[in-house]
Design a protein around this ligand. Structure first.
Ligand SMILES: Nc1ncnc2c1ncn2[C@@H]1O[C@H](COP(=O)(O)OP(=O)(O)OP(=O)(O)O)[C@@H](O)[C@H]1O
Length: 661
């Protein structure tokens, strides 16, 4: 079954040297072999391979895929794997560390075989808990007063002009009638607007204890801002109906969002949380924004802490980058409404007869084409597809759509249209004198122009302090907001074209132009991104701040951040948790944020591991962070590679939710 020309421990070392395994993968295999006193080559191989897949954010190993384009078998004279699936499973089950999953039976081994998937026991358990909780919630309808709610829905969702079916209204009706609702859609499709209107209707009819959360502090702050803005819009839209509907319910819509970690209550110096299965959260409805960023272990913890009768609403964009850790939970949840065999991304809602009837009555909409008699999970889903944000900014919206559809012909077409909102910089020649890439030099010079305004504000402030004028915290808010108008995004961290290299080059250029004075680590104007959570300080991974003069003591420099409530948090630089400079940040870190202008930096000659990072989701996420302009420094080759490479994460969650074989 496995042919290995060298002893397996030597092969593992060889693969490690080739960068195909990490030292951790190899050690895991060796420890497992020791623990189970089993030195069989296949056992060593499968343990190392499972560990490798988990570090690549897969939730499991799909047995049939092991042999597909696996670089470990590139030299078949060194090692090859040849098997019939049933024989392979029998061989795996003969090892003491692997056992077959039996429903309802405790798992006794560290590795579990479930169908044709191989799991580390812990991840198998996460998947089971998440699937069973979501399935339980999805099967529960909520009784509503249909005539009354129909009237209220039609006031809150007047007929839109641009679509046949008002999917926002359907999404709100879904969330009002199911214990679980998943509202997905790209940027600006109205997820927050819809959920605000839904919360208004909910609070109109009963008062619930509602909590809003997001995976990062930045995303939580943005959710708070969006809900506030949506509430204000709703109040003004409904002013004309104030005789028919109680507008006071708008004030009962919560707007403060926290991080998931904070809601669950971190137990210091441990991986545990205060709220769990035995100490559930106290709430009636939990709303999770940016759900695409929630990984499988975190979803497990969140769902375990959810009280039995609580409702859950997940909001997010299923096409964005999957979570940094294992799993692609939101994509798995949406899997069943994705149309197979179609080019690009096409979706179709799937409703049971009962839910179809409920939604049709509540919204006066003919939904019969969405009838599906298989299962009930689709009853909890609604996808919004019309972007209100990109309607007026055609270029960004068109490019994002073409990339998301994986349609390279259309992508090239969009570039050729000459839209003002998108521009392209080729890497060009490496200049012999400067030893610098001309495309990069151009981009850095453009960036110097875009960062100049925030630095000018800092200079003005400096002058004001000198003249004895103190503008207080408002000035700091203005500076941070101005800085957030522009951002350089990189797929990777290291190298000249990674975050580290671009930050260094940007700082050098700004220093050369005398916009900053890099005379000390925490120089005036240095932008900082936080890399870990510090609950005592109230700073979270991904928070962005700037080193500025302290308004109370202008000769002192403090790192300034805007808190979720809009006020300023000042921290002594020496007390900052792990952080780095932030002229450039990774695309991953930019999730949950928006900038007026975005510049994406692709490497000119990606290494083997960099190619793996360059995916469709990465590009789509970067493009959709931009509100008014997107520029890409890259080569046609890398751009096309991204468009053609969608992220696939091995997982059994979609099957468990959609009951597929
Ligand atoms: N039905 C609608 N008609 C007109 N404008 C709308 C409608 N729905 C949303 N918008 C507008 O589109 C913009 C984006 O809406 P919203 O913030 O709700 O979208 P979102 O999906 O939550 O966006 P994001 O993913 O960026 O958080 C807002 O300015 C909002 O006013």
């Amino acid at each position: 079954m496995i042919y290995n020309n060298k002893p397996m421990p030597e092969l593992l070392k060889y693969w490690e040297l080739q960068g195909l395994l990490t030292p951790l993968d190899r050690h895991f295999a060796i420890e497992m072999a020791k623990m189970h006193q089993c030195g069989e080559p296949l056992y060593l191989f499968i343990c190392a391979y499972l560990s490798k897949q988990l570090s690549n954010q897969h939730g499991c190993v799909v047995l049939e895929q092991i042999n597909q384009a696996n670089p470990m078998f590139e030299s078949p004279r060194l090692c090859s794997l040849n098997f019939e699936i049933e024989d392979f499973k029998a061989a795996l089950l003969s090892f003491p560390g692997i056992s077959q999953y039996q429903e309802g039976q405790p798992c006794a081994t560290p590795i579990i075989l479930d169908g044709n998937r191989l799991y580390l026991q812990k991840y198998h358990q996460f998947e089971l808990t998440v699937a069973s909780t979501l399935n339980r919630l999805a099967s529960n309808p909520i009784e509503v007063d249909i005539p009354n709610l129909t009237k209220q829905l039609s006031l809150v969702f007047p007929q839109p002009q641009n679509q046949d079916i008002d999917w926002q209204k359907i999404a709100a009706a879904t969330a009002l009638t199911r214990q679980l609702a998943v509202i997905t859609g790209g940027p600006g499709t109205g997820k927050t607007t819809t959920v605000t209107k839904m919360l208004f209707l909910l609070q109109l009819n009963q008062e619930l204890n509602i909590k809003l959360v997001a995976p990062t502090g930045k995303a939580a702050a943005r959710l708070t801002e969006s809900i506030k803005a949506s509430k204000a819009r709703l109040a003004s839209d409904l002013e004309q109906h104030k005789d028919q509907i109680d507008l006071n319910a708008i004030d009962k819509i919560p707007e403060e969002a926290s991080t998931i970690h904070r809601l669950l209550g971190v137990v210091p110096n441990s991986h545990r949380y205060r709220h769990n299965k035995d100490n559930p959260l106290r709430l009636d409805l939990l709303i999770v924004d940016e759900a695409s960023m929630v990984d499988l272990p975190m979803m497990d913890k969140l769902l375990s802490a959810l009280p039995e009768n609580a409702r859950l609403i997940l909001l997010g964009d299923q096409d964005q980058l999957a979570s940094v850790e294992a799993g692609a939970v939101l994509a798995d949840i949406c899997h069943g409404i994705k149309l197979k065999g179609q080019s690009g991304n096409s979706w179709k809602m799937r409703y049971s007869q009962n839910q179809l009837q409920t939604l049709s009555s509540l919204t006066n909409t003919d939904l019969s084409e969405f009838l599906d008699t298989n299962g009930h999970f689709g009853d909890s889903l609604c996808m919004l597809q019309y972007s209100h944000r990109f309607a007026g900014e055609a270029g960004i919206g068109q490019l994002a759509k073409a990339v998301n559809n994986g349609d390279i012909g259309n992508v090239l077409n969009v570039w050729q249209q000459g839209y003002d909102e998108i521009s392209w910089l080729g890497h060009g020649e490496i200049s012999a004198n400067l030893q610098q890439n001309i495309g990069l030099v151009t981009l850095l010079n453009q960036s110097e122009k875009h960062y100049r305004p925030y630095l000018q504000l800092i200079k003005n402030l400096q002058e004001s302090y000198k003249s004895g004028i103190n503008k207080g915290d408002e000035a700091a808010i203005e500076v941070i907001n101005k800085f957030n108008d522009y951002r350089l995004l990189c797929p990777m961290r290291s190298g000249d074209y990674g975050v580290d290299g671009i930050n260094q080059q940007m700082a050098d250029l700004l220093n050369k132009h005398h916009h900053i004075n890099v005379n000390q680590e925490f120089y005036l104007g240095r932008p900082i991104i936080i890399q870990s959570n510090d609950y005592n300080l109230g700073l979270f991974n991904g928070d962005i701040g700037i080193v500025l003069q302290d308004s109370e003591q202008p000769d002192r420099l403090m790192a300034h951040f805007i808190k979720a409530d809009g006020s300023i948090l000042k921290v002594l630089p020496a007390r900052l948790p792990t952080h780095e400079t932030c002229y450039a940040m990774t695309v991953h870190k930019s999730q949950g944020s928006e900038f007026d202008r975005v510049a994406m930096v692709m490497p000119p000659q990606p290494t083997q591991s960099q190619w793996q990072l360059l995916t469709k989701e990465l590009l789509y996420t970067a493009i959709t962070r931009a509100k008014s302009h997107f520029v890409c420094l890259g080569s046609r080759n890398t751009f096309e590679h991204c468009v053609n490479h969608a992220t696939e994460r091995a997982s059994g969650l979609a099957d468990r939710l959609w009951k597929m074989t």
